[in-house]
Design a protein around this ligand. Structure first.
Ligand code: ZN
Length: 64
Protein backbone atom coordinates (compact mmCIF):
# COMPACT_ATOMS: atom_id res chain seq x y z
CA UNK A 1 0.00 0.00 0.00
CA UNK A 2 1.28 3.41 -0.83
CA UNK A 3 0.37 6.72 0.77
CA UNK A 4 1.24 8.71 -2.33
CA UNK A 5 -1.71 10.69 -3.65
CA UNK A 6 -1.80 11.47 -7.34
CA UNK A 7 -4.11 13.74 -9.27
CA UNK A 8 -4.54 14.13 -13.00
CA UNK A 9 -3.20 17.30 -14.56
CA UNK A 10 -6.30 19.29 -15.63
CA UNK A 11 -4.56 20.35 -18.84
CA UNK A 12 -2.98 17.17 -20.22
CA UNK A 13 -4.36 14.47 -17.91
CA UNK A 14 -0.96 13.17 -16.79
CA UNK A 15 -0.82 11.78 -13.25
CA UNK A 16 0.81 14.26 -10.88
CA UNK A 17 2.11 13.34 -7.42
CA UNK A 18 0.35 15.50 -4.82
CA UNK A 19 3.38 16.56 -2.84
CA UNK A 20 6.22 19.00 -2.50
CA UNK A 21 7.97 17.49 -5.50
CA UNK A 22 5.17 18.86 -7.70
CA UNK A 23 5.26 22.64 -7.21
CA UNK A 24 2.72 23.19 -9.99
CA UNK A 25 0.13 20.71 -8.71
CA UNK A 26 -2.51 19.96 -9.70
CA UNK A 27 -0.67 20.64 -12.96
CA UNK A 28 2.26 18.48 -14.07
CA UNK A 29 4.39 21.44 -15.10
CA UNK A 30 4.46 25.21 -15.35
CA UNK A 31 3.42 25.11 -18.99
CA UNK A 32 0.19 23.25 -18.22
CA UNK A 33 -0.54 25.70 -15.41
CA UNK A 34 -0.10 28.68 -17.72
CA UNK A 35 -2.30 27.11 -20.40
CA UNK A 36 -5.07 26.56 -17.86
CA UNK A 37 -4.75 30.06 -16.44
CA UNK A 38 -4.93 31.48 -19.96
CA UNK A 39 -8.15 29.61 -20.72
CA UNK A 40 -9.59 30.67 -17.39
CA UNK A 41 -8.83 34.33 -18.09
CA UNK A 42 -10.37 34.07 -21.55
CA UNK A 43 -13.57 32.61 -20.09
CA UNK A 44 -13.69 35.28 -17.41
CA UNK A 45 -13.84 37.92 -20.13
CA UNK A 46 -17.10 36.45 -21.44
CA UNK A 47 -18.94 36.67 -18.12
CA UNK A 48 -18.99 40.50 -17.79
CA UNK A 49 -20.34 40.91 -21.35
CA UNK A 50 -23.22 38.54 -20.50
CA UNK A 51 -23.98 40.69 -17.44
CA UNK A 52 -23.87 43.84 -19.57
CA UNK A 53 -26.48 42.38 -21.91
CA UNK A 54 -29.02 41.67 -19.15
CA UNK A 55 -28.26 45.07 -17.62
CA UNK A 56 -29.14 46.92 -20.81
CA UNK A 57 -32.30 44.77 -21.16
CA UNK A 58 -33.50 46.05 -17.78
CA UNK A 59 -32.59 49.57 -18.75
CA UNK A 60 -34.55 49.57 -22.02
CA UNK A 61 -37.58 48.11 -20.24
CA UNK A 62 -37.52 51.06 -17.84
CA UNK A 63 -37.37 53.43 -20.79
CA UNK A 64 -40.57 52.19 -22.41
ZN1 ZN B 1 0.08 18.59 -17.75
Amino acid sequence: MSDVTTVNCPTCGKPVIWGEQSPFRPFCCKRCQLIDLGEWAAEEKRIPSDGDLSDSDDWSENQQ
